[in-house]
Design a protein around this ligand. Structure first.
Ligand SMILES: Cc1cc2nc3c(=O)[nH]c(=O)nc-3n(C[C@H](O)[C@H](O)[C@H](O)COP(=O)(O)OP(=O)(O)OC[C@H]3O[C@@H](n4cnc5c(N)ncnc54)[C@H](O)[C@@H]3O)c2cc1C
Length: 283
């Protein structure tokens, strides 16, 4: 039985403009860390005719604070972000989430841009980007544009990226002293994709919270915000009261990991844990 990729051509992009030019060829696909793409090729779940390697394009990786935002280049490896003092300081939610992405070997090679572009509904980073109210920088045929995380994730493995777009960076608001973040997930083993997960951010407001953003993952086709629970926590409700609203936001289907009913139950458990994290000031 064939288990390795169908034949494909390979091109090494010299620049983002060169990658966009190469994407004009039929059935072309960008290659970043290859940690998701190569698996789909090896199992022949996809069979592009041309792979365009982004790994030698300069200027696509790196972490910087600019204009009150933390910007992370698309080709930045998970491992670099995991060890970055800038990420820990300015985007503590990402620092909490990074160790949950696969295993060390995957994080050494996989990229932040690849994870956001692939948009696996059980992946950690798309939910973190959404919880932080971040944005995605994209360059395409007609130039550069920015898409807010709230508008980026369209459906199952479907995003605002067009067929000739390159994701160049993600940006999240740099954390201030009032920023609170929380993260928790259930997975069968550490490093597995989550059965259900929750990434959250909020602002400390006196003894309470404001601007609460709760992004669940593993419960739908995209990361899902639980807006009634966000409002409840912002208005001083208890975690139990917020959890009681989740049925209006989350309708997880049964999958190979768990039934929808179990996922809904786990979502409530996660919300209680994360609400506790949001109530605690950063050390
Ligand atoms: C065993 C295993 C376990 C894993 N566990 C987890 C997990 O628990 N959580 C998790 O989140 N991930 C997990 N992953 C996936 C990993 O995080 C990948 O690194 C990530 O999903 C994709 O990043 P990549 O750089 O490898 O992208 P690639 O595999 O190279 O590409 C993925 C897709 O994104 C597109 N793409 C890549 N870069 C760009 C770009 N700059 N612009 C536009 N399109 C682009 C590609 O064309 C392709 O369609 C796992 C992977 C493996 C093999």
């Amino acid at each position: 039985m064939p288990v390795k990729p169908a034949p494909f051509a390979y091109a090494r992009a010299k620049s983002v403009a060169h990658a966009i030019e190469l994407l004009a060829q039929p059935e072309a696909r960008l290659l970043a860390g290859g940690q998701s793409l190569m698996a789909t090729l090896n199992m022949r779940l996809s069979a592009p005719k041309l792979l365009i390697d982004l790994n030698h394009v300069t200027g696509l990786s790196g972490i910087a604070v600019k204009n009150g935002q933390l910007e992370i280049g698309a080709l930045t490896r998970h491992a670099e972000a995991e060890r970055s003092a800038d990420v820990a300081r300015h985007a503590p939610l990402l620092a909490l989430a990074m160790p949950h992405i696969g295993h060390a070997a995957i994080r050494n090679r996989g990229t932040l841009g690849g994870s956001i572009a692939f948009a696996d509904p059980a992946a950690e980073l798309p939910a973190c980007l959404l919880a932080l109210g971040g944005e995605v920088a994209i360059t395409g045929e007609s130039g550069a544009r920015t898409v807010k995380a709230d508008d980026f994730f369209k459906g199952l493995f479907d995003t605002a990226l067009g067929p000739r777009d390159v994701l160049t960076a993600i940006r999240v608001p740099a954390a201030s002293k009032d920023t609170r973040t929380g993260f928790a997930e259930f997975s069968r083993r550490h490093g597995d994709y989550a059965m259900v997960g929750l990434a959250a951010s909020a602002r400390a407001n006196g003894k309470g919270l404001s601007d609460v953003r709760l992004a669940f993952f593993g419960v739908g086709a995209t990361p899902v915000r639980a807006k009634r629970a966000e409002d409840a926590l912002s208005n001083g409700a208890s975690a139990d009261e917020a959890a009681a609203t989740l049925a209006s936001s989350l309708a997880p289907s049964d999958d190979v990991q768990a039934s929808g009913a179990i996922k809904r139950h786990l979502a409530g458990v996660l919300l209680r844990r994360v609400a506790q994290q949001l109530s605690e000031a950063r050390p």
